[in-house]
Design a protein around this ligand. Sequence first.
Ligand SMILES: *Cc1c(COP(=O)(O)O)cnc(C)c1O
Length: 389
Amino acid sequence: MNPVFIPGPTNIPDAIRKACDIATLDHRSPAFARMFRPAVDGVRRVLNMSGGEVIILPSTGTGGWEAAISNTLSAGDTVLAARFGMFSHRWIDLCQRHGLNVQIIETPWGEGAPLEAIAAALRADKAGKIKAVLATHNETATGVKSDIAGIRRAMAGHGALLFVDGVSSIGSMPFDMSGWGVDIAVAGSQKGFMLPAGLAILGVSDKALAAMDSATLPRTFFDFRDMLKSYAAGGYPYTPAVGLISGLAASIQMLEDEGLEAVYARHARLATGVRHAVAAWGMRPFAARPELYSDTVTAVQVPAGCNGTDLVKLAADKYGVAFGVGLGEVAGTVFRIGHLGMLTDVMMLAGLATAEMCMADLGWPVRLGSGVAAAQEFYRGSVALRAAA
Ligand SMILES: *Cc1c(COP(=O)(O)O)cnc(C)c1O
């Protein structure tokens, strides 16, 4: 079996897979509470939260978006969001379908959240109509990371909440919920946490919790109030995904055994090696500038006349290896290499070698071994020596 190189779902380590495989447990028993607590406390540390509450819903990242808005906003409320890729687009669409008025800052794909334009929109909002700013920390479609601390600075003097989609960054890239002043952070189980899909994982600030009282958007399954009431009694308002929660505790244990800083450094190194390969192929990341380059996914711009989707299809059909296709307006013009979760330099080299074989098969102007060699040079020069066992 080959590892996948898609930006989620990610490869599942054996220890986490085993931790998910547990016998049926009564979720109203103290045994469940004993399992749940470490998962919640661990999420707090990964998000770097102070105050607020962690909410873990049987859902996916998309459900996390819906929970964030339905618990804090009312129909007709205005939210501010920049659109610069498929995921920021889909969150906007979800808000519109809930009857929110989305003030959209159209931003070229390949760029990140536009701080100046966000600041200007908030300055112009003298009446305080904007209730929340939505930000996609890592736009998985384009391989672009945004400056969340910068967005919070751009919001200075405005009372809006800051909601951040961290589905493809949390657990793989530094995240500082309290330092950045994030009101709701949304993650999913199947990316940085290396679990199967099935959990939406949210950090909710005290300010966002206070907004629940006046919010009138309909919610039942996702209602934080029911969740928090049940949490207080050590349980859930309905049947929790017990196996995934057991896996989440194991995931956090694994991340912390490696050390969160080391996990982030590993992702930065994996990403840098991939970009060395991309440059050696004569290609470039789709992200507009180096400071926007994501540590978890690279959208590779393919040469004129080539189609990124052909590469992804061939890799799957011929070599049994998964890469990501270009989505939306970059369909065909990019393919995506996911480099997050349980991956090492050595695994990454296998992925790069496979991409190169596909390029050669497709007659793209790339010399076999060129990207792999560039990544090898980088990895062997930057690897930290393993502690003697
Ligand atoms: C994967 C992803 C999502 C969607 O999550 P699902 O778990 O598939 O619902 C949302 N935002 C970003 C940035 C993602 O990468």
